[in-house]
Design a protein around this ligand. Structure first.
Ligand code: ZN
Length: 327
């Protein structure tokens, strides 16, 4: 028997088969020999062994890890479901897929979101609190999930380049709700002496995502506008999708029509529900107007198209002036 050294009682062959063959970690080998890891590594390097750097060591550890510390549904992103579409929207907004390591993480200031995310993917691990940034983090290690998310377009360092995932039309509402829960805002615009308006905004630093999301919403007949918000004080501009008033109400109805309690941020939904309870009658008592179909003006020979009134603007104002004169 030729030991590596008199102090470290392991042969070179035995070490190689454990370290390279079984990909056992240096720490665990050192522990089994009851020696310290640092000096052991120095001796091995002097003996001409190539040791793994920290990144490779992490990858080896994940590869050899036959049983998971925390359970998770690794097939979660493989098929489209309501839960999956919502979580994907959430990750598109506030998620991150690791570059070097196969991890998927969600960052949020709302503990409710991280909890519901955990519940949806069946993760039993902890939610970590980051006191410096003051946010909660859920980080899941899984090759399968990370790879599938990369296929779906949630790539590492996605902020500026994020593309809209290929969401099937039947799951679009859940995806949009997930995105809104992450990077959106539902608010009420107070106007003095006028009807308070509901407003919905979805934000992103990626112009492509906002473009594609806007197109998808318009295709489902939800009116909204794209806006660029220049931010000279920051590194990058922000792109937004905005809907105000009736459009916002329609967008909210679209998002929340088939929404289970477990798949939304209660705080945001409550703004919409409160508003609908107060002012909803204006909208739910049948549509005010059909904004997608225009009718011709009722005056003979006029080619104008109208949607709200019976007459075009020109004939309506002529008629209105005539009626006022008659009073
Ligand atoms: Zn007319």
């Amino acid at each position: 028997m030729t030991w590596i050294s008199s102090h470290y009682k392991i042969t070179k062959d035995a070490f190689e088969s454990r370290y390279y063959g079984d990909k056992e970690s240096l720490r665990s080998i050192a522990r089994s020999l009851e020696v310290s890891q640092g000096p052991f590594a120095d001796v091995l390097r002097k003996a001409g062994m190539q040791l793994r750097n920290p990144k490779e060591a992490d990858l080896a550890a994940i590869e050899t890890c036959s049983r998971r510390t925390y359970a998770v549904n690794q097939q979660f992103f493989d098929t489209w479901t309501t839960e999956m579409a919502w979580v994907l929207g959430l990750l598109a907004a506030d998620g991150n897929v690791g570059d070097a390591l196969p991890n998927v993480s969600l960052v949020s200031t709302d503990i409710e979101l991280t909890d519901k995310f955990k519940q949806a993917v069946g993760y039993t691990g902890p939610v970590q609190w980051n006191p410096h940034g003051e946010f909660h983090v859920v980080r899941i290690f899984s090759y399968q999930m990370a790879n599938r998310l990369k296929q779906l377009g949630i790539t590492p360092r996605k902020t500026l380049t994020l593309q809209m995932p290929p969401v099937p039309p039947e799951y679009l509402s859940h995806f949009v709700r997930g995105y809104c829960d992450g990077d959106g805002c539902i608010s009420i615009k107070r106007a003095k002496g006028r009807f308070d308006k509901l407003a919905v905004r979805l934000c992103s630093a990626s112009e492509d995502l906002i473009d594609q999301l806007h197109t998808a919403l318009i295709e489902t007949k939800i009116l909204c506008r794209k806006r660029l918000l220049p931010r000279p004080d920051r590194e990058r501009d922000q792109y937004r999708i905005c809907a105000v008033g009736y459009d916002a109400f329609e967008l909210c109805e679209f998002m929340y029509q088939e929404c289970p309690d477990t798949l939304c941020l209660t705080r945001k939904r409550q703004v919409y529900l409160d508003y609908a309870a107060l002012h909803g009658w204006r909208y739910t008592n049948g549509p005010i107007r059909n904004r997608w179909e225009k009718k011709p003006c009722v005056i003979d020979g006029c080619t104008g198209l109208v949607h709200a009134r019976s007459m075009c603007q020109k004939h309506y104002s002529r008629d209105w002036k005539r009626r006022r004169r008659a009073q």
